[in-house]
Design a protein around this ligand. Structure first.
Ligand SMILES: [Zn+2]
Length: 307
């Protein structure tokens, strides 16, 4: 049997010296509204332990849950909520794309962890030759079926794209899931053209909600094994060899029904009234049409760099 935990050095600087920050109180990813969870839970002193690197200050989970098991989970993950979030994700993607168009030229774009392809679809409509990689078979199938997108269903590291091929590579909410984010970004740098742009966005543990809620912050969850803030995400890009690194933002959208569902689940109060928010109910349909805009800075760190 595989061991349950895997210990690791700092995934940003390789340092082995850390302080224990806190033990996550969430035993399961119970706030992840839209995912079905079937992985068994482990009862351990070290489960969900976040540490901070004494060298570069990155906060990361250590030890990790068995990585091959987690990878299997990602491959098999079903995305039952795609139709519910579709409109809001497509609108968010428009803002993300405008950001990129202001920063970089060229037309070859790769989106790593493209999920159902909402961002990629907008990129492709805007004239990019857009490719995606995605480990979830279900999400990739959606992207191909709904949008006719070119999506490779493999871990990014296994694809081996040609050197200096892409003008833009994006990683929206990816690096917080990856055991070796530095290695991933070095590979991104290899496949970018000289002067090419990388955009990386993750939940921001230095943001206001994280500061207010501490370990109850909604992005403290079992699959978020690296917790970046703007500074540590910028460090990671720098360590991977990128230059002209800076922090940027985009406009995010969330529908009223998704926002309410997330809030109620967070408060453990979903059950009695959740049916009102179901996408199949009249009230749910109505509330799914009401879009609220927010600045990505509220909850996300987004950092860009150039090769
Ligand atoms: Zn470190």
């Amino acid at each position: 049997m595989d061991s349950v935990f895997e210990y690791r050095d700092c995934p940003c600087c390789g340092g082995g010296d850390f302080e224990v920050l806190f033990q996550s109180s969430m035993k399961a990813d119970d706030f992840d509204v839209l995912l079905d969870y079937s992985m068994e839970e482990y009862d351990s002193q070290e489960w969900g332990r976040y540490v901070r690197c004494r060298n570069c200050h990155l906060i990361y989970m250590n030890p990790l849950e068995n990585v091959s098991k987690t990878n299997q989970y990602y491959r098999e993950a079903k995305n039952t909520h795609a139709s519910t979030v579709r409109d809001s994700y497509l609108r968010t993607a428009q803002s993300q794309l405008r950001l990129i168009q202001r920063l970089a030229g060229g037309t070859n774009l790769l989106d790593i962890g493209c999920a159902q392809g909402f961002f990629l679809f907008n990129a492709s409509k805007a004239g990019y030759t857009a490719e995606g990689v995605e480990v979830s078979q279900d999400a990739a199938a959606y992207a191909r079926r709904e949008f006719g997108l070119n999506v490779e269903v493999k871990p990014f590291e296994e694809v081996r794209f040609g050197e200096a091929y892409f003008d833009v590579v994006t990683l929206w909410q990816v690096l917080e899931h990856v055991p070796q984010p530095l290695m991933m970004l070095k590979e991104v740098r290899r496949i970018l053209k000289p002067g090419g742009l990388v955009v990386a966005s993750t939940p921001n543990i230095g943001g206001i909600p994280a500061k207010l809620l501490g370990k109850k912050w909604w992005d403290i969850k079992r699959l978020h094994i690296n917790q970046f803030a703007t500074g540590t995400l910028a460090n990671l890009l720098r360590n991977a060899g990128f230059r002209n690194i800076s922090s940027v933002s985009f406009r995010g959208f969330v529908s009223l029904s998704v926002l309410l569902a997330m809030t109620l689940r967070y408060l453990n109060a979903y059950e009695p009234v959740g049916f009102l928010l179901s996408p199949h109910s009249a009230s749910g349909k109505m509330m799914n049409k009401i879009m609220l805009a927010y600045s990505s800075r509220l909850n996300f760190a987004t950092v860009i760099g150039f090769k």
